[in-house]
Ligand binder design. Structure first.
Ligand SMILES: [Zn+2]
Length: 344
């Protein structure tokens, strides 16, 4: 089958690899009908050391179940499923608490063992707990929005939940990428009164306003913090959504949060240490978040997608074939595209 491998920074190739197949009795084999390139795929695209073997890429997908292992009981061949970016058994201690990304039998896609979703097919471990059957056909018009339930919409929602967004709250969203934009959708959906989007790309900021952002801050650093305070009676926001992962963005998220507020961070941190420990301490700011348990959020978010109340699929502003995936990486890395959908 054809699949995406990254051999080093900027070196993405589509190659023939051994067909994905069932390995464990708890596996399903899924033929990928839609996949994505993720903002988090851009980190290795900038920094990955060269290797001879290449890294399988892709962790977001919708597809059709092609085969199931002997211990799979809730899925059947032909089901259309959404695949969260992490696999999980759905039954362990942490899955029962809704923290599927800490599943004791779980793990992540895009490894030599499990393979990636930017491919014709993917092996899905712990299929019963991982996959969610969609009640639509594989070419449904809602497909882009349904695809975001595999990562970015669930991740934006997790940022909002971790930042304690609720009715009447003021919210600052740091980052205008796909996750930040989905964070705006999530904040609006949870009843935020004021939503300040922080970013510098006019097309993305326009989309953020359509999603419910009430204010835009395009300054950076101290000027950005000052501007947010001006917009919030001088104190800052109740809830900050950190959707980038850089030290500067985390610093900004903590600095714009009012005393007693909370930061929900979902940007994969690029540093070992967290900035602004002292301001966070003295302001009693809660810092929470991590890899989103998107599997836990599908049930909650799906009705809003199916009934058109939210349209997160609008962040997918470019579509490519599998063979065009390297061009998709280039377009996202150069910020020509917000997020790229792959149609194998
Ligand atoms: Zn589990």
């Amino acid at each position: 089958m054809r699949a995406t491998l990254m051999y080093g920074a900027g070196d993405v190739r589509i190659e023939d690899v051994p067909d994905a197949r069932l390995v464990e009795p708890t596996d399903a084999l899924v033929v990928v009908t839609r996949a994505c390139i993720c903002g988090s795929d851009l980190w290795p695209y900038k920094t990955l050391e060269h290797s001879e073997t290449g890294r399988p890429m892709g962790h977001e997908a919708v597809g059709v179940v092609e085969a199931v292992g002997s211990n799979v009981s809730t899925l059947k061949v032909g089901d259309l499923v959404v695949m969260p970016f992490a696999y999980s058994d759905g039954t362990c201690l942490f899955c029962q608490e809704g923290l599927h990304t800490s599943c004791i039998h779980g793990g992540f896609f895009g490894t030599a063992d499990v393979g990636g979703a930017q491919a014709e097919a993917v092996r899905v471990p712990q299929a019963d707990g991982t996959l969610f059957v969609l009640p639509v056909g594989k070419d449904d018009a809602l497909m882009p929005s349904l695809l975001t339930l595999s990562d970015v919409m669930g991740t934006g929602h997790h940022a909002a939940v971790a930042a304690h967004v609720a009715s009447g709250k003021t919210v600052g969203v740091v980052g205008d990428g796909a996750v930040g934009l989905c964070g705006v959708i999530a904040a609006k959906r949870l009843g935020a009164e004021q939503i300040i989007i922080m970013g510098r790309h006019p097309d993305r900021l326009a989309l953020a306003k359509e999603f419910g952002a009430t204010d835009v801050v395009s300054e950076r650093g101290d000027e950005a913090v000052e501007r947010v305070r001006e917009l919030t009676d001088g104190f800052g926001v109740d809830c900050a959504l950190e959707c980038v992962g850089l030290g500067q963005s985390m610093l900004t998220a903590i600095q714009i949060t009012r005393p007693g507020g909370a930061v929900g961070r979902v940007g994969v941190p690029q540093d070992e240490t967290m900035p602004a420990s002292q301001p966070a301490f003295f302001n009693n700011v809660t810092v929470s978040g991590g890899p989103a348990p998107v599997r836990a959020y599908i049930e909650e978010l799906l009705p809003d997608v199916l009934e058109g109340r939210i349209e997160p699929g609008r962040v997918l502003d470019r579509s490519v074939s599998l063979e065009e995936v390297p061009e998709g990486y280039r377009a996202m890395d150069s910020r020509e595209a917000i997020k790229v959908m792959v149609e194998p």
